[in-house]
Design a protein around this ligand. Structure first.
Ligand code: AMP
Ligand code: GLY
Length: 426
């Protein structure tokens, strides 16, 4: 089967690595990819917003399956573009419609969806310029801290947790009147702060049925001990020790089943991943956010644990046969640790030669590249998050040690990684 995977991060290298193991895959293309995905298939120089170019490529190469890694093309309607074109509409497409992708692309849409389907989430209201004064009043009535969210996509930066009403109102003003996050913050969701520990749960749905993938916990802060600035994610562990069978049963009953039922009832075209950003408050799960894709770096921790053939899973998704599928998971613990460029998540330089990538990794270790590219026969840094090492072990501690030992064999100017991923579980 001719397959095209879209994206260029560590998530896509992990997906490409897994897709490439399938008996169905031949050949695999990745657009635009990175130096890591190039070892699993053919990189293609196509931009993710170039729908025409992607469509032409699919026709030219007789692509039979498209798998979308990041949210942006989905939120912008790549699915709908394919379905409305006769030459593309039969291609198996993994990712939701533009309407369904609003679960990630619009916080207000996601909150209203949860309310309609009785899915536990923080109390909230949404405001825009026309209801600005009401918004100020509402904020003043909230207990602290209070959470403000830009409605649209804001590159992971659109959430503000304000510890005083003055700060909250100032931020609210910046978001609505000064368009702090551009178009994305013309509408703002104001919601109650939930105090607990977060985890990421992933389902693959065909719009009627779903399968549950391994869960993970990611580490968003740049510094050890969860300090410093927020990043795209500095590491992840899977499974999550506090996600016990009884907790996960609540997650399925109260959140996953009502979400998939909601998608079905509302006739939303959704064949793809649902990422549930959850928070455990006491013993109960609440939804912080939905994403319409897999997480990064969670994917790099969960995909190596998944024993099923990924293309087989996607074919079943496209054919709405997921109820026939049983998911098998490697019982070992996976830890992934991300190596970043000096300065990340602030400004950083690119183009430093990466040494150590050509060596075969240690047993039970996988190296997934993120911000890398090949230049004159060498692999050089090309982003803030450069690469990660996933290690599998009998426990988290062993996996962490293996990952750090492997990272020690890799070098580039300014390499940095957290030493304490998984610390609360050791
Ligand atoms: P999001 O962009 O929706 O993932 O939000 C970013 C981060 O803000 C989340 O990972 C949480 O740590 C935090 N957050 C968002 N909403 C809430 C909430 N209602 N209560 C507490 N923390 C929140
Ligand atoms: N690691 C969180 C995300 O992918 O959004």
């Amino acid at each position: 089967m001719n397959i095209l995977l879209l994206g260029s991060g560590g998530r896509e290298h992990a997906l490409a690595w897994k897709l490439n193991q399938s008996v169905w895959t031949n050949p695999l293309y990745i657009a635009p990819g990175n130096a890591g995905t190039a070892t699993c298939g053919h990189n293609v120089d196509l931009a993710l917003n170039d729908f025409e170019g992607i469509g032409q490529f699919c026709i030219g190469k007789k692509i039979e399956m498209v798998v979308v890694g990041p949210e942006e093309p989905l939120v912008n309607g790549l699915y709908d573009f394919f379905k409305s074109n006769d030459a593309l509409s039969e291609i198996f497409f993994i990712g939701p419609s533009k309407f369904g992708a609003q679960l990630e692309g619009s916080k207000a849409f996601a909150k209203a969806f949860m309310l309609r389907h009785d899915i536990p989430t923080a109390a909230y209201r949404e405001f825009d310029a026309s209801s600005f004064d009401e918004g100020v009043q509402y904020i003043q009535q909230q207990s602290l801290p209070v959470v403000l969210k830009a409605d649209g996509l804001a590159a992971g930066k659109g959430v503000i947790i304000a510890y005083s009403h003055i700060e909250a109102i100032a931020e609210f003003e910046l978001m609505i009147h000064q368009e702090k996050f551009g178009e994305a913050s013309r509408k703002v969701v104001v919601e109650q702060f939930l105090d607990g520990i977060e985890l990421s749960v992933f389902a693959l749905t065909d719009g009627i049925n779903y399968v549950l993938l391994p869960e993970a916990k990611d580490y968003k802060r740049v510094g050890d001990g969860d300090t410093g600035l927020n990043t795209g994610g500095m590491g992840a562990v899977s499974p999550v020790p506090f996600a016990t069978a009884s907790f996960m049963q609540k997650v399925e009953n109260r959140i996953i089943i009502p979400t998939v039922e909601g998608i079905k009832k509302e006739n939303i075209d959704y064949k793809g991943f649902i990422f549930f950003g959850l928070i455990k408050v006491g013993d109960d799960p609440w939804v912080i956010e939905y994403n319409c894709r897999l997480g990064d770096p969670e994917t790099e921790a969960i995909i190596p644990r998944l024993e099923n053939d990924l293309v087989g899973l996607f074919i079943a998704t496209a054919q709405q046969r997921l109820h026939e599928i049983q998911i098998n998971v490697d019982r070992r613990k996976a830890v992934t640790i991300m190596a970043t460029s000096r300065g990340y998540p602030g400004s950083y330089e690119k183009g430093y030669v990466i040494e150590g990538l050509r060596n075969k990794p240690d047993e039970d270790c996988l190296i997934f590249q993120a911000g890398t590219k090949e230049e004159k026969g060498q692999i050089v840094t090309n982003g803030g998050r450069v690469l990660c090492v996933t290690a599998l072990g009998k426990d988290i501690e062993q996996a962490v040690h293996k990952s750090i030992d492997q990272l020690a064999t890799i070098s580039f100017d300014g390499i940095y990684y957290r030493q304490d991923i998984g610390y609360e579980f050791l």
